[in-house]
Design a binder for this molecule. Structure first.
Ligand code: VHH
Length: 123
């Protein structure tokens, strides 16, 4: 695959794992997110993700994807990031994410979105 084609398995520093199925020629992809942690009350299950990446010649492409935790949570996460060829030739993904939890009242909307940063390495 091309430089930084996201196809394959990735693991982040929380222990979550992500599988990206084939990346299409237009950069779109789908996959599954196997979260290691959750604040949801139901048992964790793999969750579908959809996204899109650049496929530039020089690699180190930017991307974004959305995870719908529909199997066990009413929340949604969106990730944006870039793939880098680490010094040791291994690829790393540096991402920022927004996690939107469903809240039961508009008055609680202020506390519904969390953000963070996360790094993934190929498994
Ligand atoms: C485990 N995580 C992970 O690998 N992240 C990068 C962050 C952003 S998505 C969140 C998990 C949300 C699980 C569903 C829920 O609790 O509503 C957390």
């Amino acid at each position: 695959p091309q430089q930084c084609d996201l196809t394959g398995w990735w693991k982040n520093d929380l222990g979550s794992r992500m599988q990206v199925f084939k990346v299409e020629n237009d950069g779109t992809f789908s996959g599954e997110y196997h979260t290691a942690v959750s604040s949801a009350m139901k048992p964790i299950q793999p969750s579908p993700l959809v996204g899109s990446q650049h496929l530039d010649e020089d690699g180190q492409c930017t991307f974004g994807f959305t995870v719908n935790w529909k199997k066990f949570s009413d929340s949604t996460a969106v990730f944006v990031g870039q793939c880098f060829n680490g010094g040791d030739g291994k690829e790393v993904l540096h991402t920022s994410w927004l996690l939107r939890e469903k809240v039961d009242a508009e008055s609680n909307d202020w506390k519904a979105t969390r953000t963070g940063r996360n790094t993934f390495a190929r498994m």
